[in-house]
Design a protein around this ligand. Sequence first.
Ligand code: SF4
Ligand code: SF4
Length: 82
Amino acid sequence: ALMITDECINCDVCEPECPNDAIYMGVEIYEIDPNKCTECVGHFDEPQCVQICPVECIPLNPAWEESKEQLHAKYERLTATK
Ligand code: SF4
Ligand code: SF4
């Protein structure tokens, strides 16, 4: 999963781009729910939020390192429960 750092300027552009609805407004800045972020695996070749973020504040979440297989399994789980 990816994460949003405190460099976030709350510009709002990433939230509607996420195919998994993983991005939400937190207490002060936007946040990513790691249970929902597939790094866009299953939807797009590149993470859409990273592509669009003007301040490049969306790195990999070091606490949530996942393989492509794990990310794809998460995608399958998320789409199965929709
Ligand atoms: Fe959503 Fe993709 Fe960004 Fe993860 S990488 S938060 S799934 S847009
Ligand atoms: Fe924050 Fe970047 Fe999302 Fe804008 S695009 S709200 S700066 S994380």
